[in-house]
Design a protein around this ligand. Structure first.
Ligand code: AMP
Ligand code: MN
Ligand code: MN
Ligand code: MN
Length: 292
C-alpha cells in the first residue's frame, strides 16, 4: 500500500497495559472493524503491549506502527510526547520508560492520603484493582474507583472535583525530561510527536517554547486531529503544523467504549495541506505479510 493514499490512520490509543480498558487484541479488532488502515497502540510510559499489538494487527492484516505516550514535565506542566515507529526492544527506551514509571506507586499512595483527608477511604487499593501493576497506576484508575464507589457519576467529574491541580487527590509529580523522552524515541529509530497540544493550557509564549525546544531536540511531529481536540482546535493546530513545518499526526486517544468520546478510527481527516507523519515512517510500518 502507498502511504500517500492512506487517510484513516489512528496513531494514539490505550490498552489495559496502561489506562485503557480493552486488551491489545480487542483494540486491534475494533480498529479493523472501524476501518482503520494504519494503527498504533500508545500506552502511557510502557511498551509491554507492543508485541501483542503487532501479532493481533498482523492476524487482521492491519498495518501497524509501534507506539508509546511518554509523560514529560515541561515548564511546570505535564506534556505528553507520542513516540512512533521505534524498536520496542531498545534497551535505553525500555529502561527510560521504566524509570519514568518508577514514581507512580508513591504518587498514588500520596493521592490516596489526600483523598482520605476528604473522607474517601481505600482509594489506593481501589484504584490498584483496576490495573494490577502499581508501576502503571494512573489517575484514570483512581477515577474509575471513585465512580464505582459512588463518589461521582463519571470519570470527568472525578477529575474536576478530585484529581486536577489544587484538588484533594492531586499530587504534583516529576516525569521525564523532554530531552530524555526524545533521546529514547530517536535512539530507538522512531519519530516524536507532541500529543494533543491544546490540552496543556499554555499561553502562546509557553507554547512557542515547547515547540521550539521540542524541535531543537529533533522532534518532528504534532497531533492535529485527535479525540482530545475540538474541530476549532484541530483547525488551529493545522496552521501551527504548517507554520513550524511539523509533520501532522492523527489519533483518537481512545481509552474505553464507556468513557471515550471518540472511537478508534472515527476522526476527521487531516487537511490536505498537511504532511502526514506516516509518510515519513513508511519504512517503519509493520505490514501484514500478504502486503509485502
Ligand atoms: P496520569 O498519567 O496518572 O497523571 O493520568 C493521566 C490520564 O488521565 C490521561 O492520560 C487521561 O487518560 C486521563 N485524564 C486526564 N485528564 C482528564 C480529564 N479531565 N477527564 C478524564 N480523563 C482525564
Ligand atoms: Mn490516559
Ligand atoms: Mn495524553
Ligand atoms: Mn493518550
Amino acid at each position: 500500500m502507498n502511504t500517500s493514499i492512506l487517510t484513516n490512520a489512528d496513531l494514539h490509543c490505550h490498552s489495559r497495559v496502561s489506562d485503557g480498558t480493552l486488551t491489545p487484541e480487542a483494540l486491534a479488532t475494533r480498529a479493523k472493524t472501524n476501518g482503520v488502515q494504519l494503527w498504533a497502540l500508545t500506552d502511557h510510559d510502557e511498551v509491554g503491549g507492543q508485541q501483542r499489538a503487532i501479532h493481533a494487527a498482523r492476524a487482521l492484516e492491519l498495518p501497524y506502527l509501534t507506539g508509546v505516550e511518554v509523560s514529560v514535565s515541561f515548564a511546570g506542566r505535564v506534556v505528553h510526547i507520542v513516540g512512533l515507529g521505534f524498536d520496542h526492544h531498545n534497551t535505553a527506551l525500555v529502561e527510560g520508560l521504566r524509570a519514568t514509571r518508577g514514581g507512580r506507586e508513591q504518587r498514588a499512595r500520596e493521592m490516596a492520603d489526600g483523598l482520605a483527608q476528604v473522607g474517601i477511604k481505600g482509594a489506593y487499593e481501589g484504584a490498584l484493582k483496576f490495573v494490577g501493576n502499581p508501576e502503571l497506576i494512573s489517575r484514570t484508575h483512581f477515577a474509575r474507583f471513585l465512580v464505582e464507589a459512588g463518589h461521582c457519576q463519571d470519570v470527568p467529574e472525578v477529575f474536576r472535583r478530585f484529581l486536577t491541580e489544587g484538588k484533594p487527590g492531586y499530587v504534583e509529580h516529576k516525569w521525564a525530561r523532554l530531552s530524555d523522552a526524545l533521546r529514547w524515541i530517536h535512539g530507538a529509530g522512531g519519530l516524536a510527536v507532541i500529543a494533543h497540544p491544546a490540552r496543556y493550557g499554555f499561553n502562546p509564549t509557553e507554547e512557542y517554547a515547547l515547540i521550539t525546544e521540542f524541535m531543537g531536540h529533533g522532534g518532528r511531529g504534532i497531533e492535529v486531529v485527535t479525540g482530545s481536540h475540538s474541530d476549532t482546535e484541530a483547525a488551529k493546530y493545522t496552521e501551527t503544523a504548517i507554520e513550524f513545518d511539523l509533520l501532522a499526526s492523527r489519533g483518537s486517544d481512545f481509552h474505553s467504549p464507556e468513557e471515550s468520546r471518540t472511537d478508534l478510527g472515527r476522526l476527521a481527516d487531516l487537511s490536505g495541506r498537511l504532511q502526514p507523519i506516516w509518510m515519513a515512517l513508511e519504512d517503519r510500518i509493520i505490514w501484514p505479510s500478504c502486503l509485502h
